[in-house]
Design a protein around this ligand. Structure first.
Ligand code: OOG
Length: 256
């Protein structure tokens, strides 16, 4: 087996059994190309089991997240239908190792996103915007990793839920909207959409660029999670988590 297939098998088993593994990087020099090849091999295993790709997620688009995890570059991960929760849906805590949750902004793509997207207006690329939550769960012990480790581990993606979509032409400017994460009605994190690359709209071009460079296919109809607006907070074992973005509404998940 190739190196990326070996890594992908280990990460896949870690996710399916909720049992953490050691980082790849302390023992081996893993470059970013191998890390993305591993992620694609990992997703290919899930697709072979019947999952469908629903979109992509950006990671480390906010300074709060990059500082929290000690990494410095924006990365891309892959979302599948098995990760999707309904608004007000239930996430099974025992299916994860050490899950955390973060409030995000989601975009619904109107057009395929490739390298040519950089020359097109946002209104041609995006159909709608929504508040979202993402549950992340590193498959590495102690939630510690290098940039290559976390790319290989599909950017820690575990689950996501999306609130009501607002058509792009009805959102107004969303470059500085208040973002709030509540756990059981108590405020767990607050921030602004401005924390996401200065303006979450920049996530579209960041995804187009990274996608073209690292072999992702971004199609109209897919979802793009633009990255957390705050640091991540531990997911409660049992409880209700709600994320709201001023003017876009909110989205809720429950854990059990
Ligand atoms: C990696 C995922 C980062 C974000 O929104 O910045 C991320 C991690 O922190 O484990 O999803």
């Amino acid at each position: 087996m190739s190196t990326d297939a070996v890594y992908a098998a280990a990460l896949d088993t870690a996710q399916r059994t909720a049992a953490p593994i050691n980082q790849l990087s302390p023992t081996e020099e893993v470059d970013l190309a191998t890390a993305y090849a591993t992620q694609h091999a990992l997703i290919a295993r899930r697709v072979a089991r019947g999952e469908h790709i629903t979109g992509v997620k950006l990671g480390f688009t906010s300074r709060a997240k990059a500082q929290q995890m000690g990494v410095h570059d924006v990365i891309l991960g892959t979302l599948t239908d098995a990760m999707r929760l309904d608004d007000d849906g239930v996430f099974a805590r025992r299916s994860a190792i050490h899950p955390r949750i973060e409030p995000e902004v989601a975009y619904l793509l109107r057009a395929d996103l490739d390298a040519s997207a950089v020359d097109r207006p946002l209104s041609e690329l995006v159909a709608a915007v929504a508040p979202a939550v993402e549950i992340i769960d590193s498959r590495y012990r102690d939630f510690r990793f290098s940039l290559a480790d976390v790319v290989a581990d599909n950017a820690s993606a575990a689950a996501y839920a999306i609130g009501p979509w607002t058509p792009l032409d009805r959102t107004g400017a969303i470059d500085n909207r208040a973002v709030r994460l509540e756990v059981d009605g108590r405020i767990a994190a607050t921030g602004s959409t401005a924390a996401i690359l200065g303006d979450p709209g920049r996530a579209i071009l960041a995804a187009a660029r990274l996608g073209a460079r690292h072999g992702f296919v971004l199609r109209a109809g897919m979802v793009l999670l633009a990255g957390a607006a705050t640091a991540a907070v531990p997911l409660p074992d049992r409880g209700v988590v709600e994320a709201t973005v001023t003017g876009l509404g909110g989205v809720t998940i429950r854990t059990d």
